[in-house]
Design a protein around this ligand. Structure first.
Ligand SMILES: NC(=O)c1ccc[n+]([C@@H]2O[C@H](COP(=O)([O-])OP(=O)(O)OC[C@H]3O[C@@H](n4cnc5c(N)ncnc54)[C@H](O)[C@@H]3O)[C@@H](O)[C@H]2O)c1
Ligand SMILES: N/C(=C\C=C\C=O)C(=O)O
Length: 487
């Protein structure tokens, strides 16, 4: 037991062990794979103080070019330890190795490189004006660092989502105290090692492990000496963090939950739409905020489309991360599996027909101690059913027919969430017309999770506050200031 890794916090350039430790579990087989040092309030305060101090030190004198070079050096460091990061993501989450490679770690590198390049070309605004007395004024806008950013990230895409926030925060000259999910501490710890090796001044980046309420998450979000909070996680957690931020009127950026819809028109490229809906429903075992949980299919192709989806769902390879051809692994934890499974039960109680899956698989091997669940397709629920309104966050979607655009668009929009949607059609005018009426932050047409990192990303309603991506991140992680000079 003693040779299991101990994951430590990283505060003011030093690795810190704490008294309280919590277990890190492999969701493939329920095995203990390590212990993690939980940051108490004092450790979080020390991290915030170190960040505040570093913000006034050499870090603030760096030029944009120097900061850009450091971000590229961090990206280089992730690249050099690519397989370590893949192993860390796979160990913590049980995801397919090929996904950790092509999505998680690749995006961790891309996030740092994108913002490293963007800050070198980011423009600002300048206006010339004349005062009533005829005096000329030059008015220009500049972005100054906000100060210390609290970054709180979830377990579903651990490195992708942590770096999506840390990269622009550092790029804009801020200091960071990051609190990754208690479920996925490993890749965040590796990132701290890479940042330390890159030579950022002590205190610029700090990492505190722990939970939410009564632990590091709450200690960070309630700390009066952070200047802004960027959070990705459940909507109800966002609400709790917003209450904490309100105390000190802190700026917040929230990427929250979703109940995303796919709309498949009869004129869609049938095979592409089937593949697209499969990918958007079952990627990462459905544990992506952008995943589809509601599929609306135009009636003339409904039966054929559902039959095709059912066949593909039954053919999904549910296995270990390194299994050949594996499509999906376990859920993140037995607790989350219990939640998703309870929705499968609820769906039956609400009158759903389970077309595929609907239960916990039995493998007859060590995976039976893991958090596996069957990929599932259900049908027959009214739009008012809880399973149609609440985020399940598992490998499950509901299929329903529709007859007209006028009918389906209000059904898609009838949700407390507004994060993402996907539309499958070959009619160009219909694509633009329908996409323009869907109330989500992101609409894909004949695609899903296709990302240009320069575009704004975020949700409406319960799906979030603010946008990050490209210049939207530069703006959020800055104090935007206007300087007006009489000339
Ligand atoms: N919109 C997006 O871009 C996006 C991306 C990924 C995940 N998500 C959402 O995240 C959820 C799944 O992730 P999760 O289960 O880790 O979410 P979660 O809200 O349970 O936890 C997210 C993070 O917040 C911390 N936390 C929890 N309670 C807190 C509190 N009271 N104060 C401070 N910190 C607290 C957790 O420790 C964790 O680090 C899903 O709802 C999913 O839709 C959204
Ligand atoms: N924020 C992003 C993805 C979010 C995925 C949610 O699970 C991104 O691609 O930048």
């Amino acid at each position: 037991m003693t040779d299991l890794p101990l994951l430590r916090c990283f505060v003011d350039g030093q690795w810190v062990e704490t008294h309280h430790r919590f277990p890190n579990i492999n969701p493939v087989n329920g095995q203990l794979i390590g212990r993690v040092c939980e940051a108490d309030a004092a450790t979080v305060s020390r991290a915030v103080e170190a960040a505040n101090r570093a913000a006034q030190g050499p870090w603030k004198t760096l030029t944009v070019q120097e900061r850009s070079a450091l971000l590229h050096r961090i990206a280089d460091g992730i690249e050099q330890r690519f397989e370590d990061f893949v192993a860390a993501e796979v160990m913590d989450t049980g995801r397919p190795v090929h996904q950790a490679r092509s999505l998680d770690v690749a995006r961790g590198i891309a996030n740092f490189r994108m913002f490293a390049d963007l800050i070198k070309t980011a423009s600002s605004e300048l206006y010339e004006s004349t005062l009533p007395d005829g005096a000329k004024m030059l008015n220009y806008v500049c972005r100054k660092p906000l100060g210390t950013i609290g970054v709180i990230s979830p377990w579903n895409l651990p490195l992708l989502l942590l770096t999506w926030k840390v990269a622009p925060a550092l790029a804009m000259g801020n200091c960071v105290v990051a609190k990754p999910s208690e479920e996925t501490p490993s890749s965040a710890t590796l990132l701290a090692e890479v940042i330390q090796a890159a030579g950022l001044p002590h205190g610029v980046f700090n990492l505190v492990h722990g939970f939410g309420p009564g632990s590091a998450g709450e200690h960070l979000s309630t700390n009066p000496n952070i200047d802004a909070i960027t959070f990705t996680g459940e909507s109800r957690t966002g609400s709790a963090i917003m209450k904490a931020a309100a105390e000190g009127v802190k700026e917040v950026s929230f990427e929250l939950g979703g109940k995303n819809a796919a709309v498949v028109f009869a004129d869609a490229d049938f095979d592409a739409a089937v593949a697209g809906v499969m990918r958007s429903s079952f990627t990462n075992s459905g544990q992506v905020c952008l995943c589809t949980e509601r599929v609306y299919i135009e009636r003339p192709i409904f039966d054929r489309f559902v039959e095709a989806l059912k066949r593909r769902c039954e053919a999904l390879v549910v296995g270990r991360p390194e299994d050949p051809g594996v499509d999906m692994g376990p859920l993140i934890s037995l607790e989350h599996r219990g939640k998703v499974h309870s929705y499968y039960q609820l769906a039956r109680e609400e009158g759903a027909a389970i077309l595929c899956g609907g239960d916990i698989p039995v493998f007859g091997d060590e995976r039976d101690q893991g958090a596996y669940i069957q990929p599932t397709i259900m049908a027959g629920l009214p739009d008012t059913a809880r399973c149609m309104r609440e985020e399940i966050f598992g490998p499950v979607c509901h299929v329903a027919p529709f007859d007209t655009e006028e009918e389906v668009i209000p059904r898609v929009n009838d949700s407390a969430y507004g994060l993402a949607a996907s539309i499958w059609t070959t009619q160009l005018s219909r694509a633009h017309r329908v996409a323009g009426q869907i109330r989500t932050g992101i609409v894909w047409v004949n695609a899903w999770f296709a990302r240009d990192l320069r575009t704004p990303f975020g949700g409406t309603k319960m799906s979030g506050i603010g946008r990050e991506g490209g210049r939207y991140s530069l703006d959020f992680y800055s104090e935007i200031s206007t300087i007006s000079i009489r000339i």
